[in-house]
Design a protein around this ligand. Structure first.
Ligand code: CO
Length: 400
């Protein structure tokens, strides 16, 4: 008699439970394609690049990126040191102390610095690195204060109150301000904002189903990724190179190659290779007269840019090794840009140097784009190049 109500209860709760499971199943079926559409699953390289891209690190404020690179260099068992400006240097000893090969990837990204706060609490800033004025308005930013990060937006005049003749005009950089949602200068100070605080684009990394990545600071976190992945593979494959390789994360590249200058004084390189984000103009309106790189066509060596001409024997060496290993290798001849390799080339009495890059669209903005296969091929080629840079080869490359 007293068992039948509990049987009814059990049957009822079983029914509820089954309905719940069916609902979960339907939700999963519905949500899965939506989740997949947001991106591809990320492997180890994708996840580390995501961490590097999302890390805030404008010129002079590279701390968070330095922490990641130091962690990875130490994790690979390297001795790690910093120079007087904050560049980080890891040493991988091969079978010979020389030649000394310097791989340099800059840790800094373009950003800004707080100049002053208006009585109304609006933040005015000075740019760090090269920006287009049109990239500045209507964006989210993070101000790195001593009290922690503060979210900011760059204001945009509403269309309703913009005269028709001004609607296609670009807002000059000096007119751009950051709104942090406060009402006064005092309130801005109370959340921690002070002159000299770093301002960094707020934008998050995404892996697209096509095999491409989008995110901020690909210039030069893709170079940092090349640096770390090359090291990881050399270690994993227990390759003993006939040289000593210096894995260097440099500071302040975007404001004039300053970190590469001081780091080179410690490394004393015989050969310099900067690992970089290249300039792709393969989009509507882009022209090969500006830059020849294309996404998905392999890594790039720079033959000329605004700051250096490549060492011709080093160029031939890269092209020969790429050819022998069937690795695609693009070339770039441009009047734009300057990279750490330009500084390495001027070290001492002059050293063979090259800028080695992954083609990147929309540099120096909140959203750049690269293709994963180019990154993989860049590391593949470095894995072939580095074990061949022995004393005899480097002497041959350095000869005139
Ligand atoms: Co760069």
């Amino acid at each position: 008699m007293n068992r039948s109500p509990s049987l009814v209860l059990v049957a009822f709760s079983w029914l509820l439970w089954s309905l719940f499971l069916v609902r979960c199943f339907c939700l999963t079926l519905f949500l899965c394609p939506a989740l997949l559409a947001q991106g591809q699953p990320k492997d180890r390289v994708g996840r580390l690049l995501e961490e590097l891209s999302n890390a805030p690190g404008p010129s002079g404020f590279e701390g968070p990126v330095r922490e990641i690179i130091t962690r990875e260099l130490r994790g690979a068992g390297l001795e790690v040191a910093t120079d007087g400006l904050g560049s980080v240097i890891g040493v991988l000893h091969g079978s010979s102390e020389s030649p000394r090969i310097m791989l340099a990837a800059h840790m800094d990204e373009v950003g800004a610095m707080v100049r002053y706060v208006t009585p109304e609490g609006m933040v005015k800033f000075q740019l760090l690195g090269g920006w287009l004025d049109q990239a500045l308005v209507d964006q989210r930013w993070t101000i790195l204060t001593s009290k922690g990060p503060v979210m900011a937006i760059s204001g945009l005049r509403s269309v309703h109150i913009t005269p028709s003749e001004e609607r296609s005009r670009v807002t000059p950089r000096d007119d751009v301000f950051l709104d942090v949602g406060v009402r006064s200068k005092e309130e801005a100070e109370s959340v921690g904002i002070r002159p000299g605080d770093a301002v960094v684009p707020a934008s998050s990394f995404a892996a697209l189903p096509s095999g491409r990545y989008i995110g901020k600071a690909m210039d030069d976190r893709v170079g940092c990724m090349m640096l770390l992945e090359t090291l990881r593979r050399l270690k994993e494959q227990a390759i003993k190179t006939p040289n000593t390789i210096y894995f260097v994360g440099t500071v302040q590249e975007e404001v004039g190659l300053r970190g590469a200058h001081t780091a080179a004084a410690i490394v004393k390189p015989d050969v310099g290779i900067s690992l970089e984000a290249g300039i792709a103009a393969d989009h509507p309106g882009g022209k090969p007269d500006w830059a020849q790189e294309r996404l998905g066509a392999g890594p790039v060596i720079y033959l000329a840019d605004a700051a250096m001409l490549v060492n011709l024997r080093l160029r031939d060496f890269f092209q020969r090794v790429a050819g022998e290993n069937n690795t695609p290798l693009q070339t770039e001849v441009t009047t734009a840009g300057a990279e750490d390799s330009a500084e390495l080339q001027r070290y001492g009495a002059g050293k063979p140097s090259v800028n080695f890059a992954v083609a990147t669209r929309y540099l120096h903005s909140h959203n750049s784009e690269i293709e994963r296969s180019d990154l993989d091929q860049a590391v593949n080629l470095l894995m072939k190049v580095l074990p061949r840079l022995d004393a005899k080869t480097v002497a041959e490359i350095s000869r005139f």
